[in-house]
Design a protein around this ligand. Structure first.
Ligand code: ZN
Length: 322
């Protein structure tokens, strides 16, 4: 945590850490410091899977110097001062936002993020560039904040039969039981049903057991599921990480949606792209009007349980604000 600065006499003396104030989508506000070399080393040596398992909390944790405003969280999750929050119980939208912005704070021109995309049409690889600060953010609504402060469950009605469903906003802690069920079923990739089953903690007329909830959702029509997803997302906060990119090969120009890569390379510098044509990063702006909201779901999901990349679930622009 110590940083050093050189005095006029040429002697290095310990200086207080340089911190930045970061307000997360829920209103939770922290003083953060930059990521350090040793932490980057640890990250670089971990496999992507290990980085994901450790979760965003493990990366954000050391850089979280002080909580300045607890936002809508109760004291069993976040306290003012230097105590670290309970990462597993923070909203995933907050975790993802903090993780992405830690890069912006920590690196020279950290707002500019370059990554490779493999074209699904011509199979070539091209580079894509975007400004992380342009990713649409959905802030937590005042109504949702009040509910969280009152420790009340959220409620939605099922489209088809008006059944009452009580749900929680997305956290890592909430995914434990569905992760166990997936293990029993020998499944690795979470589906929309898994994500919804984890969140829908009470379904009217259904046994509260995760297996029963999951089975109930499996039997629902697609429109019911998508409607539920929209209602859950509307109440939540998050960062849109689904991005439309376009192949830079002149003869191809294929447009495809990719999820922002958040693996261990997220904190490394620009690599050489394998394209032989000049990149046109400004095109990222040209077609950015159709972001797909995926909230805090991403390949680097805090627990490894993540919704399918796009899964055909398109609620473009729903409730987001830039
Ligand atoms: Zn292509």
């Amino acid at each position: 945590m110590d940083t050093y600065r050189q005095t006029q006499g040429g002697i290095f003396v310990q200086a207080p850490p340089v911190t930045f104030k970061l307000e997360l989508p829920s209103g939770l506000t922290a003083a953060m410091r930059k990521i350090k070399g040793a932490e980057l080393n640890a990250l670089a040596q971990a496999s992507d899977e290990a980085a994901n398992e450790g979760g965003f909390g493990a990366i954000i944790g050391p850089c979280w110097v002080e909580t300045l405003d607890t936002g809508p969280y109760t004291s069993n999750i976040v306290c003012l001062g230097s105590d670290k929050p309970n990462w597993n119980r923070l909203l995933k939208g907050d975790l993802l936002y903090a993780f992405v912005h830690l890069r912006r704070l920590s690196m020279p021109d950290g707002d500019t993020y370059d990554f490779d995309v493999q074209c699904e049409e011509c199979k070539d690889t091209y580079g894509w560039t975007l400004k992380l600060s342009n990713l649409p953010v959905q802030k937590l609504s005042d109504e949702s904040k009040k509910r969280m402060q009152a420790q009340k469950r959220f409620e939605a009605r099922l489209l088809s039969d008006n059944r009452r469903i009580a749900f929680d906003l997305q956290t890592v802690a909430q995914e434990e039981e569905i992760a166990k069920l997936m293990k029993q079923q020998k499944r690795e990739r979470a589906t929309l049903i898994d994500v919804l089953a984890a969140q829908a903690v009470e379904i009217e007329g259904i046994n509260p057991d995760i297996r029963a909830r999951w089975r109930f959702l499996t039997d629902l029509d697609m429109d019911d599921l998508l409607d539920l997803q929209s209602k859950f997302e509307e109440a939540d906060c998050g960062l849109d990480t689904a991005i439309k990119t376009r192949c830079t090969k002149t003869k191809c120009r294929w447009v495809q949606e990719v999820n922002l890569p958040l693996g261990k390379r997220f904190f490394s510098r620009r690599r050489k792209f394998s394209t032989d044509e000049p990149e046109k990063p400004e095109e990222a702006v040209d077609i950015s009007d159709s972001y797909v909201r995926v909230s805090a779901e991403s390949p680097a999901s805090t627990s490894g349980l993540s919704a399918p990349n796009s899964g055909g679930i398109n609620t473009a622009g729903a409730g987001t604000e830039g």
